[in-house]
Design a protein around this ligand. Sequence first.
Ligand SMILES: [Zn+2]
Length: 433
Amino acid sequence: MPAPVPGTVPAPAAPAPAAPDPAVPAPSGNPAPGADGARAAAAAAEAEAVRAGFLHPGGERRLGRVLPALADALGAPVHPDGGAARAVLGLPTAERVCVVLVDGLGHLNLAERSGHAPFLRSLLAGSEPLVSTVPSTTATAMGTFGTGEGPGRTAMLGYTVRDPGTGRLGNLVSWTDLPGPHAWQTVPGVLAGLAAAGVTTTSVGPARFAGSGLTEAALRGAEFVAAEGLDARVDAVARVLRRPGLAYLYWGEVDKAGHHHGWGSAAWGAALEEVDAGLRALVRRLPAGTLVVVTADHGMVDVDRALRWDAAADPRLAEGVELVAGEPRFLHLHTTPAAPGRPDVAGAVAARWRDVLGEHAVVAERDAAVEAGWFGPVDAAVRPVVGDVVVAMAGRATVVDPATQSEASLELVGVHGSRTPAEMLVPLLVVQA
Ligand SMILES: [Zn+2]
């Protein structure tokens, strides 16, 4: 597939001085080999990230605190962070909780197009967004939403990942070419904790999600109720919440419209109108006092085709790269083994990608990205799932890899995965029925 390659790409700026930015939390304790060098590289990568306007996933208001906080609200302290999370998110206690995850509904996307969402707009005023995960993609965000832990612990590191056991590319959404979900993602989930604590815990979504790999990895332990349309899901939630407990409702149509048509499209506006009306009806039908929380896994940017590179077709990008995992906005590059005379393949790959992509990406080697806390604390077993080189795209730029990405995925208009505010900020809308 021929991809237009931008003509002139500015050379990368000299590394910015590693002044600590007050908005960026101190790197989490991730001891890395060659600790001093990794720390310097992490500071340089994070300074680049700040320059690109990126958000860091490790702040106080983060997506992974929603379920721990809601468990605490229900009086079931199943996650050690629950009390602190509930205080930070400002949630009351409740006997009944409904948490709605609208896939792809970024806070900035919603705010910009809130004319299509009168109900959600009324909740938006006075709300404060949360920060999603790196990468800002469904599998990663769902893993963190479900467990309260970052992808450095859940191993849910992207749309696709390299399985260190086989060296092959696996897909965390369709759950193909991977070990079983319980073997891959070993962190206990909050929903399972709630169920074990005797709280009625129900997940409402499409039938095809029942027992799917991603559901098992992120949300296992809840009783699954299949319902296809939004009205049927609202009915199901209203039914299960006659009893106290927690109901989780997933809605995927906004994300789908965004991917195919862009978040500025009429189709996206129509999808937003539908979920807005559905959620207004939901809140009306729930028992008084039910705490309803609406959030999302990530937002979206519309791709700029003039800023799209092809990882396989450009020899400067292809050299030394054995496998490209991740997605076009956030890539994990797994490099070829070192050889005599070529001891630092990852360093050379990183340097070439920096040269080619310039200001359109932040490129970091594994130790630097881990040390800078992009993935939260990283377990030893998860470390090799992180690319030898990771690439976070700026603005609306992408790098595609026709070798590992489907033809259809290369045609997507709306994309996400990187660290821009449009992708990283998700709403936290709270209303009591
Ligand atoms: Zn998503």
